[in-house]
Design a protein around this ligand. Structure first.
Ligand code: HEC
Ligand code: HEC
Length: 342
């Protein structure tokens, strides 16, 4: 038996590395295999934000910058807080937030958020962001038409991070090492084959693609299972705020999820804002009073157009595109506010 152990060890090392190495004849793809690794094996060029060295220290620093806005840098010195107002996680999740990555459906996401104890936010998750090829899509490009930084960040992940650090988080720009650390951390959040809704047949086809013969078809199959850009469509408040969106009846139970998983994420105990929301009847009465008006406390107004910062602060509220909060969900929120105001 003793003699067997080293043999088994060597065998398992060869086996494990064998299953990951992409130039093996036998192309093994498991649920943990990174999607990019498979695509590159099938001949897709690495993305411009590819990183060779996935250094553990860099991942730690990048993660801390995203979670806390600061970290102990490479020289052992604590970095200056990136933003006084927000952390990246005020507006972005760091885990998978859609049950099916090939669609951006706010209701599926809301239910998934509840099941997985996640917030439901205006920004898209940073999980799998290295698998996306464009950023600030759709109406973000239209709204800031001509802004050179938005145009630049559309196809450049580093630039997208930098833009959000300054414009979304209202903080200082990242230093070069900080950006490198964040990029390295983001690569630790890349999509794995198991994140895609692939069935056994699909897996078999992909594994069989090892000979490279039908690699285009297989690449298409893989790409069809996730969005490589997060869509964004801006929308309007209802024409008549008293009536709400025509033809839509709100469901207060669903509205509760929006309130708890989204609004309270930033407003409970003023965690990321000056304005406080809680579960008191008076709070709901205040919100209800403002619904028929087009003013700064109207849930329609702030959801569709965002909210400016309070005097002396720079934190503002980002708007929700339709992909992040549908008209139905907004009516659901209204129904919940009405119910709790009684
Ligand atoms: C106040 C909210 C807020 C904060 C704070 C914030 N972001 Fe964002 N971020 C957004 C919104 C809204 C978008 C718009 C596009 C989207 O995510 O759907 C965005 C977009 C992005 C994108 C492009 C996503 C895409 O697929 O279009 C990246 C990358 C990003 N942010 C990184 C960061 C990082 C890193 C931080 C922390 C330094 C940060 N953000 C802080 C709200 C925020
Ligand atoms: C990403 C964080 C975030 C989320 C999520 C969020 N808000 Fe806000 N909200 C803010 C910030 C920041 C402000 C700006 C004023 C401040 O600092 O209080 C604001 C402002 C507001 C205002 C105007 C307050 C005023 O003084 O003018 C209202 C009303 C409001 N939010 C309601 C909501 C509702 C309802 C939701 C859920 C649909 C929500 N917010 C979700 C961060 C957020």
């Amino acid at each position: 038996m003793k003699k067997l152990i080293p043999f088994l060890l060597i065998f398992s090392v060869v086996f494990i590395f064998g299953s990951f190495s992409s130039d093996e004849d036998n192309f093994t793809v498991g649920k943990d295999t990174p999607v990019w690794q498979v695509l590159e094996y099938l001949g897709e060029p690495a993305p411009p934000h590819a990183i060779e060295d996935r250094d553990k220290e860099m991942i730690r620093m990048g993660k801390e910058l995203i979670l806390d806005g600061t970290t102990k840098g490479p020289k052992g010195k604590k970095a200056k807080l990136q933003s006084k107002h927000f952390k990246c996680i005020s507006c972005h999740n760091l885990v998978k937030e859609d049950p099916d990555l090939s669609v951006s459906d706010p209701q599926e996401r809301l239910v998934y958020a509840k099941e997985n104890n996640l917030p439901f936010l205006q920004g898209t998750t940073l999980y799998g962001i290295v698998n996306r090829m464009s950023y600030y899509n759709g109406d973000y490009q239209k709204k800031y038409d001509g802004n050179p930084r938005i145009i630049k960040s559309h196809k450049d992940l580093r630039e997208a991070v930098q833009l959000c650090a300054v414009e979304c988080a209202q903080g200082r720009p990242m230093k070069k090492w900080e950006l490198d650390a964040i990029l390295t951390y983001l690569w630790s959040l890349e999509l794995k084959m198991g994140d895609l809704n692939l069935n056994d047949d699909d897996f078999a086809k992909i594994r069989a693609a090892g000979d490279g013969s039908n690699s285009n078809e297989i690449k298409e199959l893989i790409h069809s299972k996730y969005l490589d850009a997060s869509p964004a469509t801006f929308s309007l408040t209802p024409k008549d705020a008293k009536e709400g969106f025509p033809g839509i009846t709100g469901n207060p139970e669903n509205g509760r999820l929006v309130y708890d998983l989204s609004c309270l994420h930033c407003h409970e105990e003023k965690i990321y804002s000056m304005y406080e929301l809680d579960n008191n009847k008076m709070t709901f009465q205040h919100l209800k009073r403002h619904i028929p008006r087009y003013d700064r406390y109207s849930i329609y107004q702030v959801s569709r157009y965002g909210a400016p910062s309070s005097p002396g602060k720079r934190a503002y509220m980002p708007q929700y595109p339709l992909e992040k909060l549908s008209d139905q969900q907004l009516e659901d929120l209204r129904a919940y506010v009405d119910e709790r105001a009684k």
